[in-house]
Ligand binder design. Structure first.
Ligand SMILES: [Zn+2]
Length: 207
């Protein structure tokens, strides 16, 4: 059942799993790293989970989750009557994202990578030219050096990491090892993540 520690309302989720079943169409730009494979959002009315097909769409939903809760009918041809796209259970590892994070600035790419020991996820941004940024300071330095992005501020980039839902971590993996040699250039096997977001309160977008 869903005794899992479901996010406090209004938190998006994402998760990783080992089964290729639902690996949605959204993997296009992140082939280089093991990260979120599937995004999902939870309907504020019926509590079912809906797969969100792209990161862009997911970020859009996430960016206003508190004020504009997600509902099934936001997906084409979908209503609360339809069975859930996926269930929040331990068949895959879920990661709970924070609501209301800013959308990734145009041209940039935000990537989440799950550590091998499942202890946490790391957030990276890639600039339009592919430079990887790991911290707010790096972002600030980049923006300073590249006046063409003067409209952006470090606040447009958030390194807030989603929380790995412990109950959904595969039993054979090790979470304790904090010291994860994260510099792992070796790609973790085949983990798929999915991100979903949870619905907060009621809403008014009656459709
Ligand atoms: Zn619904």
């Amino acid at each position: 059942m869903d005794s899992v520690s479901v996010p406090n309302k209004e938190e998006p989720l994402l998760n990783s799993e080992e089964s290729p079943t639902i690996r949605s169409k959204k993997r296009r730009q992140q082939a280089w790293e093991t990260s979120v494979d599937i995004y999902a959002a939870q309907c504020d009315k019926c509590q079912k989970w809906r797969v969100i097909s792209t990161q862009e769409e997911f970020e859009e939903i996430r960016s206003k989750l508190s004020t504009d809760p997600f509902h099934c009918n936001r997906k084409p041809d979908t209503s609360c009557e339809d069975p859930a796209d996926i269930n929040f259970d331990a068949t895959r590892t879920w990661v709970i994202d924070k609501p209301d994070l800013p959308k990734t600035p145009k041209g940039f790419k935000r990537t989440l990578v799950l550590r091998k020991d499942y202890s946490k996820m790391d957030v990276y941004y890639y600039t339009p030219l592919g430079k990887k940024m790991r911290t707010r300071n790096e972002v600030a330095a980049f923006l300073k050096d590249n006046p063409e992005y003067k409209d952006l501020s470090p606040d447009d980039f958030r390194f807030t990491t989603p929380k790995v839902v412990e109950e959904t971590i595969p039993p054979n993996s090790f979470v304790a090892a904090k010291s994860s040699s994260s510099a792992s250039s070796n790609r973790q096997k085949q983990k798929k993540l999915r991100e979903a977001d949870e619905k907060p309160t009621s809403s008014d977008s009656e459709s």
